[in-house]
Design a protein around this ligand. Structure first.
Ligand code: PEP
Length: 281
């Protein structure tokens, strides 16, 4: 991924017709956790209407509290993938927490005739789950979105990405999602998007920002702009190549992270602003 002294290969890759590189921009707006088919339908229809071909859909949710909703798991894959195909979604970022999930996703996509594609997401809690990273690295069917570890150095997170590449899968996007520290208050995490250019300098991975998990709320500044939008703009102007962002048709009913989800009515302005920031950069 550019961290080996002999590695001078070009950055970026193409997957299912979508380009990922250190110069372009892909928005992955979607549901943090898949809940009911109606919400998935509303989300994907809106994305199609706005020319989007990527989304995020959480089926396997790693939760701090064992009594919280853990995600529908493989049970929701058929209808999520079918709806994605129906609405022209080409890539779904989907977190996995165990290597068996790769097989579940693969079997389901194969059975349906591959109506869409999946980018395997490794969450911040698993950034240093080396056996999981090695298993994901051994397959080359699916690209990977690796979140930075919330409590380790940037260098350690970048080495985690090398575990994927050293096993054979260099189609990796690196995602900044904030650092866990009380000093980050009032945000959920300390927004770390100033690291976008640093990661691009140190590696050849496309860089993603996750403003939803960094900020963690729908708080607005006195100018009426959402902190999530301010953070997104900062990340994109710093050169981010991908934005992973939570939306929900009814945030108050969301089973995971509703308080940080943007409203469907905010999608057009969000997409417009992101494009403007990217064009400016
Ligand atoms: C997520 O993207 O749904 C998520 C749980 O993110 P993180 O791993 O950054 O907490």
């Amino acid at each position: 991924l550019g961290r080996h002294k002999d590695d001078r290969r070009q950055s970026g890759f193409s997957y299912n017709g979508v380009e990922f590189s250190q110069s372009n921009l892909n928005v992955f707006a979607g549901l943090c956790a898949v809940d009911i088919p109606e919400h998935v339908e509303i989300m994907m229809q809106a994305l199609e209407e706005h020319g989007q071909v990527c989304t995020r859909m959480g089926a396997y949710k790693p939760r701090t509290n064992p009594y919280s909703f853990q995600g529908h798991g493989k049970g929701c894959l058929p209808w999520v993938f079918e709806k994605a195909g129906k609405h022209g979604i080409k890539v779904i970022a989907m977190e996995i927490t165990h290597e068996s999930h790769i097989e579940e996703i693969d079997a389901c996509l194969e059975a349906l005739g591959r109506p869409t594609g999946v980018m395997l997401q490794v969450g911040t809690r698993n950034t240093q789950n080396f056996e999981l990273l090695k298993a994901i690295g051994r397959q080359s069917t699916y690209p990977v979105l690796l979140k930075r570890g919330f409590g380790i150095t940037l260098n350690e997170s970048l080495n985690a990405a090398e575990y994927l590449a050293s096993e054979g899968n260099a189609n990796v996007v690196f995602c900044l999602r904030g650092m866990k520290t009380e000093a980050g208050q009032p945000h959920r995490n300390m927004v770390d998007f100033a690291h976008v250019p640093a990661v691009k300098r140190l590696t050849r991975m496309p860089v993603c920002v996750d403003p939803s998990h960094s900020v963690g709320s729908r708080d607005k500044s006195p100018d009426g702009i959402l902190d999530v939008m301010h953070a997104t703009a900062q990340g994109v102007i710093a050169g981010a190549n991908m934005v992973l962002v939570d939306f929900h048709p009814k945030p108050e009913k969301a089973l995971v992270d509703g308080p940080q989800a943007l409203l469907m009515s905010e999608l057009p302005a969000f997409l417009e602003d992101v494009q403007l920031c990217h064009d400016t950069w």
